[in-house]
Design a protein around this ligand. Structure first.
Ligand code: UDP
Ligand code: MG
Length: 326
């Protein structure tokens, strides 16, 4: 363990005046205990990101900063949502730190595993995911919707770490990798695994919010799930194409049947042509929409300008050739 690396705790806060003083106190104790054990550098900080709160959150952050410079803060111009607030904090911390840990202001994520995360960082991991071992304190509804969410993401082909929210440690170079992802629709949980590098997991039990209310009502949760799917996957578009193709194929089979019915005279005049057009045109239309969608999907993926690769290591061959020529 080197002990000289700088740790930044990044905490997005939206209307968190009820929890902030207590959170700040507990995090300070944690930082002090790590400083005493020489696990982290003196330059380490607790960075609060005020996500356009309408209450006294920012004033509290300013007061904290005045009391002790270990508290620092970033103020966003307006409410931009949890994911964007988190990114703003991480990008600010990137310039100043060797590692960052992101966590929620309500300390539902057990801060006692921070030590373990830092140890795993020193052991050579660039990303350490905090994974919930139990959801005892969550309501049935929250548990059910959250689990459904992870299942659906997997079905849609998005690579997410099961039961991992946004409690994670990231090294500086992992953040540099993250910065290369230019997309506007941000879903960090899906992007971080795409950065690569070696990663590890720590498990913890999620606590109850000790004060204040959840800032993630059902509406925001659904929006996050929708963002997660639509910003990673064009499977929904593919689904339309498949439907169109199937319906068109069925319409061809039906055509045979309709013609048989028609020629055996067991039908009224005009029925065959009507029903065939309904099926065939319907199928063709869906298929066409799907094909157009396929191109839109391509454009969509292109406009993200995601990095095609992130280099983990470079072995400089120029030095070798220089040596050879001597
Ligand atoms: N949050 C934020 N902006 C928002 C909503 C939430 O920065 O628009 C922060 C919030 O202050 C907290 C974290 O995101 O630190 C998680 O929110 P919350 O605890 O309400 O979500 P839950 O734990 O209920 O899923
Ligand atoms: Mg919470």
């Amino acid at each position: 363990m080197t002990g000289t690396d700088i740790l930044y705790l990044v905490i997005p806060c939206y209307n968190e005046e009820a929890v902030l003083p207590e959170t700040a106190k507990r995090l300070l104790e944690k930082m002090n205990s790590m400083l005493e054990r020489k696990m982290i550098s003196e330059k380490s900080r607790i960075l609060f990101v005020n996500d356009g709160s309408k209450d006294r959150t920012w004033e509290i952050i300013e007061e904290l900063h005045g009391e002790n410079p270990i508290y620092s803060g970033v103020k966003l111009s307006r409410n931009k949502g949890h994911q964007n607030a988190l990114l703003a904090g991480l990008m600010t911390a990137k310039e100043r730190s060797d590692m960052t840990i992101s966590l929620d202001a309500d300390l539902q994520d057990d801060i006692d595993v921070i030590d373990e995360m830092v140890e795993k960082y020193y052991a050579g991991n660039d990303v350490v995911y905090g994974v919930r071992s139990a959801r005892k304190t969550d309501t049935f509804f929250k548990k059910f919707t959250a689990q459904g969410f992870y299942k659906m993401m997997q079905m849609m082909g998005v690579d997410v770490v099961y039961n991992h929210a946004d409690y994670r440690l990231m090294s500086r170079r992992a953040l540099e990798g993250l910065e290369e992802f230019k997309e506007v629709n941000l879903f960090l949980r899906g992007i971080v695994p795409l950065i690569g590098y070696s990663s590890d997991v720590v498990t913890y039990e999620r606590h109850e919010r000790f004060a204040g209310e959840s800032k993630y009502p059902l509406k925001k949760m659904l929006a996050l799930a929708m963002d997660g799917i639509t910003s990673f996957s064009i499977k929904p578009i593919r689904f339309i194409t498949t439907c169109g193709f199937l319906i068109f194929a069925v319409s061809l089979l039906m055509l045979v049947y309709f013609l048989v019915v028609h020629f055996t005279g067991r039908t009224v005049h005009g029925w065959t042509s009507t029903i065939v057009s309904i099926w065939a045109i319907g199928g063709l239309q869906l298929l066409a929409i799907g094909i157009v969608g396929e191109y839109i999907g391509k454009i969509y993926m292109e406009t993200k300008e995601r990095p095609k690769y992130i280099i983990e290591k470079t072995l400089d061959t120029r030095e070798e050739t220089a040596g050879d020529s001597l």
